[in-house]
Design a protein around this ligand. Structure first.
Ligand code: 5AD
Ligand code: SF4
Length: 359
């Protein structure tokens, strides 16, 4: 076996790009050492409490045309929907009553006044209804600074905007190169979120065609340098009705994408010990207990889907997205047991703000 001095690299305060590449390529005992160190760092800094964000898939109507995404504008075989205010508020009430502490409202990207006003109304109602007890994360894409400020003032405290890839070159291989999909605009939007005062989150897809370990190492360094408060990242999973599907033969196998995703989570935990890291649904679509595995190597946030059931099949970003047949209450009890089995507990009735942000 290749005996690289893994532990000595692991315990360094900073990693170089080359060291990160080496760690991303780790397997066998080296990989185990990485996971166990990341788990130690997690225990020390954020403990074994898992914070819940009730995930509300608000709408699958999107103005963008990202090459990888199943709800892209040009996919005409998707049935489009948008939840009513009542449906969103009902989901928020469920989350609040069941001790979720916070929700995440995720949506296809829209810039219309009607969309902006609707989100604003929901935020204000949610704050009123829960006496400001519920934390709200928005994931509604690129908006103007003014819109970000308006939503922040209406009650959203966190915003997740994935950079998807921090390499401009790779970004334009997975997005059309035009005004609507500008890499610079995406970076500026992230800056604007931070400036507005949000706990700011980003993330990338892992195992994209054309992507190397070098790209992923740079993604980790980007997140560190940008000083993010939270991260949601997961494996890329191809979708037949998207342009990137034609590159499927260039992909690494799903299991490798999964393993690489766990290593990304572990390394980010070591690099940024006190941020919030989500164990994402895409992990679960490759392995049934994929999210639990991510929690064991560094993640500390889970996002159970609480979208009204009749819409879930339509928020179809990638193949094999898991859709539970149980009630939300049953899902929660099941999750609680799963977490107990891996020595974790749910932080009920806690917003679970990023410790990094509070600092
Ligand atoms: N595979 C994995 N993740 C995807 N996303 C979109 N399409 C896919 C896919 N095919 C992710 C993107 C986006 C988030 C809403 O979903 O990272 O930011
Ligand atoms: Fe729209 Fe987001 Fe999908 Fe891109 S990734 S097409 S912005 S929903």
């Amino acid at each position: 076996m290749n005996q690289t001095p893994m532990p000595s690299i692991l315990h360094k305060p900073e990693f170089s790009q080359a060291e990160l590449v080496q760690l991303l390529n780790a397997s066998g005992d080296e990989e185990k050492a990485l996971f166990s160190y990341a788990s130690e760092v997690k225990q020390q800094h954020v403990g074994n409490t898992v914070y819940l964000r009730g995930l509300i898939e608000f709408s699958n109507i999107c103005e963008k045309n990202c090459y990888y995404c199943g709800i892209r504008r040009d996919n005409t075989s998707t049935h489009r929907y948008c939840l009513t205010n009542g449906e969103v508020l009902e989901a928020i009430r469920f989350a609040h009553e069941n001790g979720f502490g916070s929700v995440a409202i995720q949506s296809g990207e829209l810039s219309s006044d009607a969309f902006i006003r609707k989100i604003d109304f929901i935020l204000k109602e949610a704050m009123r209804m829960t006496n400001r007890e519920i934390g709200i994360t928005l994931s509604c894409g690129e908006q103007s600074e003014e819109v970000y400020r308006r939503w922040f003032e209406s009650g959203a405290g966190r915003y997740l905007l994935r950079i998807e890839s921090s390499s401009e070159e790779l970004y334009y291989k997975i997005h059309p190169k035009d005004e609507t999909h500008s890499f610079t605009k995406r970076l500026n939007a992230l800056e604007a979120l931070k400036k507005t005062g949000y706990q700011t989150g980003t993330g990338v897809m892992i195992g994209l065609p054309f992507q190397t370990a070098g790209h992923l190492a740079s993604d980790l360094l980007f997140m560190k340098q940008f000083d993010i408060d939270m991260c949601g990242m997961g494996p890329y999973i191809e979708h037949t009705q998207t342009p990137l599907y034609k590159n499927r033969s260039e992909l690494i196998p799903l299991q490798e994408r999964f393993a690489l995703s766990l290593k990304m989570v572990a390394l980010l935990r070591i690099l940024m010990p006190d941020i919030n890291i989500a164990a994402t649904t895409a992990l679960q679509s490759i392995e049934k207990n994929g999210r639990e595995k991510a929690l064991c190597v560094g993640a500390n946030v889970l996002m159970p889907n609480i979208t009204p059931k009749q819409y879930r099949d339509d928020y179809f970003l990638y193949q094999n997205k898991p859709v539970s047949q149980q009630s939300n209450e049953d899902d929660l009890r099941f999750l609680e047991q799963q977490l107990k089995n891996i020595g974790h507990e749910i932080g009920y009735f806690k917003q679970g703000n990023s410790k990094h942000y509070r600092k």
